[in-house]
Design a protein. Structure first.
Length: 324
């Protein structure tokens, strides 16, 4: 059994992949390059392909299928970058990653604290040797009502951490978890929360679940946190809400149209993402490059779940990581 990994990072993921190849008994090849139809041939002879969040089109999947590839695994929980309909038509099984929720949950709480304490503004002023206090007063997280949208593994982990701060926690999810939090409707959560944090999946039906109407329902001065998927938020509407002063701030680890930006060095490029530039310019908005997951434990879990799924695919077995 052979796996070929695209866009593999040699400074962290490669070590985990190599160790797993000895543990589970498979061969592998790899490249740092993102997959394209031009380099699809690198996967020749592989039973499965391992990727990250780059678009996998019908054309690319078909090229791999012609080379004998039967399984695709993405080193991410989200899989909206994969043309699932095409994969199924081609008879290719698809898997996504699983990893401990603690890393993203910790990062989410960090983003909340940074936004509430105006860390970006403080750092900007300190860099210019402005050590004044005016305009920098923050708010204690424990004094806030926090609305958690989506209470899967990560959202539930966030709820448990917030209890330690003494927050009042509201939650919204189509499938409530008994005993976890006080569940309310999304409009009620938005209206009553000082901080709203998003942990819903990036499904088509969730696209722009936070748009102009939802932002208008949020409390004056509230903070929006997104460490889930950029597609959940209508960026244009978010910019309007921030520029009008209705929202007090935002902390975003993921934004719309981030493909081919992360995790590359684009320091010499003119980036085709005006919304990101506008968000970055605001003193009350934190934008980080989709790295809430980035802990040693989570990276190992992502690689492990991918190769375990591809091994299962090659042997015709089931796996909990398969996208159904």
């Amino acid at each position: 059994m052979k796996v070929f990994a695209y866009s593999l990072r040699p400074y962290d993921e490669l070590g985990y992949l190599d160790a797993l190849s000895h543990e589970l008994g498979f061969e592998y090849g790899w490249t740092e390059d993102y997959p394209t139809t031009a380099n699809a041939g690198l996967a020749a002879g592989a039973d499965g392909v391992c990727v990250i969040t780059s678009p996998l089109t019908r054309e690319l999947l078909g090229a791999w299928r012609d080379l004998g590839v039967r399984g695709i695994a993405t080193r991410s929980i989200g899989y909206d970058h994969i043309d699932l309909a095409a994969a199924r038509e081609l008879g290719m099984r698809v898997a996504h990653a699983s990893y401990p929720p603690d890393g993203v949950a910790d990062y989410t709480v960090m983003l909340m604290l940074m936004a509430l304490r105006k860390v970006k503004l403080i750092q900007r002023h300190a860099a210019a040797q402005d050590f004044t206090l005016e305009g920098k007063i923050g708010r204690a997280l424990g004094s806030c009502t926090v609305g958690v949208v989506g209470t899967g593994a990560i959202g539930a982990c966030v709820v448990r951490r917030l209890r330690g701060f003494g927050c009042r926690v509201l939650a919204y999810d189509p499938a409530p978890r008994a005993g976890l939090a006080t569940y309310v409707s999304l409009p009620e959560l938005l209206a009553e929360s000082d901080v709203v944090t998003l942990h819903a999946p990036g499904l088509p039906e969730n696209r722009h679940m936070i748009g102009a109407a939802e932002l208008a329902r949020m409390r004056e001065g509230a903070v929006l946190v997104n460490a889930a998927r950029g597609s959940l938020v209508d960026t244009a509407a978010l910019l309007d809400a921030l520029e009008s002063g209705h929202l007090g701030g935002a902390a975003l680890d993921t934004i719309e149209h981030e493909s081919n930006l992360y995790y590359l060095d684009r320091g010499l490029d003119v980036l085709p993402n005006r919304d990101r530039a506008a968000l970055m310019a605001l003193p009350n908005v934190i934008v980080t490059p989709h790295m809430a997951f980035y802990t040693a434990e989570d990276v190992e879990g992502m690689v492990r779940s991918n190769v375990e799924a591809l091994v299962a695919f090659a042997s015709g077995e089931g796996t909990p990581h398969e996208v159904r």
